[in-house]
Design a protein around this ligand. Structure first.
Ligand code: HEC
Ligand code: HEC
Length: 210
């Protein structure tokens, strides 16, 4: 008896999923991030300089080419990964969770090259550290299961549909930068953009509430 109704909603979900995935692929091939990413210079001057100018806690100093090239010998990808997830006294994302991994890559390039490198258009690194489903269960579900403070609910496509209009990659950037009552990186500065993307996609494809 319920079958026709079920079929309709399933096909509706599938077409939304196809829309979501195709827009995700579109954005990824076009650009790693929608516009308005800050330049390496801007990020370094406003955030990183706080420690890297004076060398606070042993931070490699801006302009110390020898120290930077020694550290960069592991490769810019690994160096950037450390800045994204945090290493020793270097806090994840410089304690600014809302910086994207692309902006972190730009800032690292700026410091390593002494301001000479051009800003990369793609992040050097965005490490995948935790499967989307695990992250959702550990963190996102706290608000996205019940719809706390107006969070779109997992398994309720009607909550996500209007938000999907501008594409999955914009939803990922909302999770990175924060969006109204949703905190930047869900309050976990050591998560990478790739981790958040996996969690967003996991939530989007759930056919029913968790
Ligand atoms: C609160 C202080 C602080 C801020 C803010 C900060 N850093 Fe650091 N950073 C450090 C310290 C301390 C180290 C040295 C860690 C070590 O090697 O023991 C470091 C090291 C690094 C390294 C080298 C990591 C390695 O593996 O050798 C990179 C790259 C880096 N920071 C990038 C950044 C970027 C980019 C920003 C700005 C977005 C930033 N940092 C903001 C304190 C800071
Ligand atoms: C403390 C509660 C809370 C947690 C934890 C949380 N969210 Fe949210 N989230 C919200 C709220 C509230 C909104 C709705 C904000 C708004 O009005 O757009 C939201 C909205 C979103 C949106 C839609 C943004 C848009 O542009 O429409 C995405 C995507 C999202 N969250 C992803 C995540 C991910 C991924 C996690 C886990 C890593 C997570 N959230 C954890 C509260 C939370």
């Amino acid at each position: 008896m319920n079958i026709p109704k079920l079929r309709r909603s399933t096909s509706c979900r599938l077409s939304l999923l196809a829309l979501a995935l195709s827009s995700m692929l579109h954005f990824q091939s076009a650009l790693a991030e929608p516009a308005q990413a800050r330049t390496g210079k801007q990020v370094v001057e406003t955030v990183c300089a706080g420690c890297h100018e004076s060398g606070k806690d042993g931070a490699p100093k801006i302009g110390d080419r020898a120290e930077w090239s020694k550290r960069a010998s592991v490769g810019l990808g690994i160096l950037t990964e450390h800045a994204i997830t945090g290493v020793r006294k270097m806090p994840a994302h410089g304690s600014r969770a809302e910086l994207s991994d692309l902006e972190m890559s730009r800032a690292v390039a700026f410091m390593v090259s002494g301001g000479k490198a051009t800003d990369p258009t793609k992040p050097y690194s965005s490490p995948s550290q935790v499967p989307g489903g695990d992250l959702v269960k550990a963190r996102c579900s706290e608000c996205h299961t019940t719809g706390k403070n107006g969070a779109p609910r997992i398994g309720h496509m009607e909550d996500w549909k209007p938000r999907l209009q501008s594409g999955v990659e914009n939803l990922v950037m909302s999770a990175v930068r924060g969006h109204k009552a949703m905190p930047a990186r869900a309050g976990m500065a050591n998560l990478s953009d790739a981790d958040l993307r996996a969690a967003v996609v996991f939530m989007l494809v759930q056919p029913k509430p968790l």
